[in-house]
Design a protein around this ligand. Structure first.
Ligand SMILES: [Zn+2]
Length: 139
């Protein structure tokens, strides 16, 4: 795979060095069959070092959820070898089944089929709380 020539896909850039695999796991990229590359410790003028993920496929996932990991990540959407969109993920209002509530008294610990939903309660502080028990998400 020539990692510089993605035809239709996504380049996730400006990931903090060392966080690339976290993003990889977060998006569950291991289950995809398309070619992709996780580039670690690429040199960056802005950041010194950074990680980059290149995915040679249109992804059907909510990339804004990445805002939960790091809102400074840059998402580039490539179509026909041209970058058609570039944006930073926003902190999502709600995140579902990405983090789990750790409160042992929370209904999600007994009702296994319930989705784990957290709501953004403080954008400045980047704070999320469980919609069932109001427990703060631990990061
Ligand atoms: Zn809870």
């Amino acid at each position: 795979m020539n990692i510089d020539s993605i035809k239709n896909g996504i380049v996730i850039d400006h990931i903090k060095a060392g966080q690339g695999m976290k993003v990889y796991d977060f998006l569950d990229l291991g289950k995809l069959n398309c070619s992709m590359a996780v580039i670690q410790n690429a040199s960056s003028n802005k950041m010194g070092k950074k990680d980059i993920i290149k995915i040679d496929s249109a992804l059907d996932v909510d990339l804004n959820a990445l805002g939960y990991i790091d809102p400074n990540i840059t998402i580039n959407i490539i179509q026909d070898s041209v970058r058609v969109m570039k944006y930073h993920p926003e902190l999502p209002e709600t995140i579902t089944n990405i983090i789990r509530c750790k409160n042992p008294r929370c209904i999600t610990s007994t009702e296994q089929q319930l989705p784990h939903v957290f709501r953004l309660t403080d954008r400045q502080k980047d704070e999320y709380r469980c919609v069932y028990c109001e427990s703060r998400a631990s990061r």
